[in-house]
Write a protein of this length. Sequence first.
Length: 187
Amino acid sequence: MIIGLIIIAVIIGLDQGLKYLAKFLLESKPETVTWIPYVLEFKYVENSGAAWGMLQGKQIFFFIITIIALVIFGYLFTKSDFKKKKVYSISIALLIAGTLGNALDRLFLSYVIDFIHVPFLTYILKIVGLSNFYFNIADLALTVGVVLVMVDLFFFESKREKLASKTEEVIISNETVEDQKRDSDEN
């Protein structure tokens, strides 16, 4: 659990720090700052909506969804076992950090600061009708968290179930041997 708390603190600190830096450095610049052409750009954007600017101005909706998400993620976090379920536990920590990072913006600013733009993704997302989106570290944490939950469910959960099944078989087998020894000792 300590590892999870460290992940949450680092991601929130990084998210809030970079948002502050983006506000300080980029807010007054109307143009996009290109760092790596076609790969990475920065621009200060105030987003009162959700991912990709959807649901603009629905603050009460976001507040309710955030509370529900934090209760669910918090419960899952308290039940996660970093020794047995590393990927899953890290993913839950990332989901909490991302949710809290954007919630802090909504709470104190009434909008979320976005500032990262990946132009080549815009071409891909145009296929599904989305374009020119900006995001932040909290959004990135949420996205990676969701991907890691899926990776864990599809690849690691079945391995854990097989291991648990084999462990159970060994325990039953050992109990059977012990029962047989006890029976032979009694005779």
